[in-house]
Design a protein around this ligand. Structure first.
Ligand code: SF4
Length: 150
């Protein structure tokens, strides 16, 4: 079976900001279809569970932004209590890519709408905007095929 990275919360690991997970019948199917390697970029970046919710904010406009904007140095990741957690998100993405390289992984299934894992849309304190999360953007730039799961 092909080895793939999967957002750990999709597989039932309680690593979400609120200490819960996002397991669903659809995401559970990944376990039978692939050799799934669970990973959580926010935990790999040194954050705790539970933790404050985070959102990506454009530096100049203070409006919601995307993971691409973080890598392009146009946005920062802030927790809801105002702490700048950008370096945690960057470190988590880089460590995730390290895992992919170490294990010869070319695909990742990622939780929708997360500021780290989201693909095609990310949530910023309740507002949904188009774009990838910080880790999703990084994996994609490094050549990993990314797929969204709920
Ligand atoms: S969406 Fe990604 S960063 Fe958030 S809890 Fe799940 S694996 Fe961790």
């Amino acid at each position: 079976m092909e080895k793939v990275l999967v957002s750990a919360c999709l597989l039932g690991i309680n690593c979400r900001y609120d200490g819960l997970n996002c397991k669903s019948p659809e995401s559970e199917k990944l376990l039978s279809e692939f050799d799934a390697v669970p990973f959580c970029p926010e935990i790999l970046g040194g954050m705790s569970t539970p933790r404050k919710k985070s959102g990506i904010i454009e530096t100049s406009t203070k409006k919601p932004a995307t993971g691409e904007d973080v890598w392009d140095k146009k946005a920062r990741v802030l927790s809801e209590d105002g702490n700048d957690v950008t370096e945690n998100f960057i470190r988590g993405a880089e460590e995730s890519m390290k895992m992919a390289l170490m294990l010869g992984i070319r695909k990742a299934f990622l939780k929708s709408r997360s500021p780290s894992c989201g693909i095609s849309s990310v949530s910023c304190f309740g507002e949904i905007i188009p774009g990838n999360g910080v880790c999703a953007a990084y994996l994609r730039r490094k050549g990993i095929e990314i797929f969204e799961k709920n």
